[in-house]
Design a protein. Structure first.
Length: 153
């Protein structure tokens, strides 16, 4: 089917709206899963926890700010909240006492497991109407969009 330039634009706008609605639905479902597990964490704190977990050794605050593409003060606020809840702790750098590193605690690792579980449950809930074949096709399409050319955030 061929689209006029305005028809393609309208179709792309509809797709963008559907993607936004799907993302919101996924977030709401994940939030419900976390609430039922009695875990209170913001999306930004969740992202910081996942980022800390990707490092082989506890990262510096500056490393986290650069990786998350935020100002250092934003990382400080997130770490403060996660430290209060026992998910991370500040530790001195063994080679430079002026540097502070952030390490996951056992509570933080348990929270990450709960986050992954909530994300899986939310995805299962949303994808339930799709057959296995449709899920595979949808996954391929999403991969093409995520991994394809264009600006990445």
């Amino acid at each position: 089917m061929l689209y006029s330039s305005s028809g393609a634009s309208d179709a792309d706008g509809l797709l963008a709206e559907q993607l936004l609605r799907l993302t919101r639905r996924l977030h709401r479902s994940q939030k419900r899963q976390l609430e039922s597990a009695d875990i209170a964490i913001t999306p930004a704190q969740s992202r910081l926890l996942r980022t800390v977990a990707h490092y082989d050794e506890p990262p510096r605050m500056a490393d986290l700010a650069a990786r998350l593409e935020v100002v250092p003060r934003a990382v400080t606020s997130l770490v403060d909240g996660l430290e209060t809840s026992g998910c991370v702790r500040r530790v001195p750098d063994p080679s430079n006492r002026r540097v502070t590193r952030i390490e996951l605690t056992d509570t933080g690792r348990a929270t990450l497991r709960a986050l992954r579980s909530a994300r899986r449950a939310a995805a299962e809930d949303i994808l339930a109407p799709l057959t296995a074949e449709q899920r595979e096709m949808f996954g391929g399409l999403l991969s093409a969009l995520v991994d394809g050319p264009g600006p990445r955030c």
